[in-house]
Design a protein around this ligand. Structure first.
Ligand code: FEO
Length: 165
């Protein structure tokens, strides 16, 4: 059963959104590294890799369904950020946007009676709950630690402890 046009289009668009997320977090990681926050840079680099994996999951799924993958240009991400707090708030807001996009994609699959795509997207729906929770926790933690150089250094060390994608 080939993908119906609206589902096919939305899946290809979602690949682009996941690749943009990967690009955005990589750009944020570079900024953190340059600003002397190697722990945050590591956290964001892992996040960037995870987003690339999300894109690849969709990529393989489209091919498994016997349809074409159509890669589009990736937008230029921001390269400058006011401070860590602004940066991580942007991560959280970005994840909320991605969640909305996954929900819209799921609704398209429901409208088209595409059950395999709905099942595949359940993984993404669960994942988005996790992604929003993680970025929310980082934003909350930053609020608590304040902005003194010592507390930011401790915050950076804590984020650097992340080992898993
Ligand atoms: Fe792939 Fe963070 O959403």
């Amino acid at each position: 059963m080939k993908l119906e046009k609206p589902v096919h289009k939305a899946l290809n668009e979602q690949i682009n959104k996941e690749l943009f997320s990967s690009y955005l977090y990589r750009s944020m990681s570079a900024w953190c590294e340059a600003e002397g926050f190697p722990g945050c840079a590591k956290w964001l680099a892992l996040q960037s890799e995870e987003e690339n994996e999300h894109a690849m999951k969709l990529y393989h799924y489209i091919l498994e369904r016997g349809s074409r993958v159509e890669l589009e240009a990736i937008d230029k991400p921001k390269t400058e950020f006011k401070n860590l707090s602004a940066l991580f708030t942007m991560v959280l807001e970005h994840e909320q946007k991605v969640s909305a996009s996954i929900t819209a994609l799921y609704e398209t699959a429901v409208k088209q009676n595409d059950y395999p795509t709905q099942i595949m997207l359940q993984w993404f729906i669960t994942e988005q709950v996790e992604e929003e929770k993680n970025s929310n926790e980082v934003v909350d933690l930053l609020k608590k630690v304040g902005d003194s150089p010592v507390s930011l250094m401790m915050f950076d060390r804590q984020l650097g402890a992340r080992t898993e994608k």
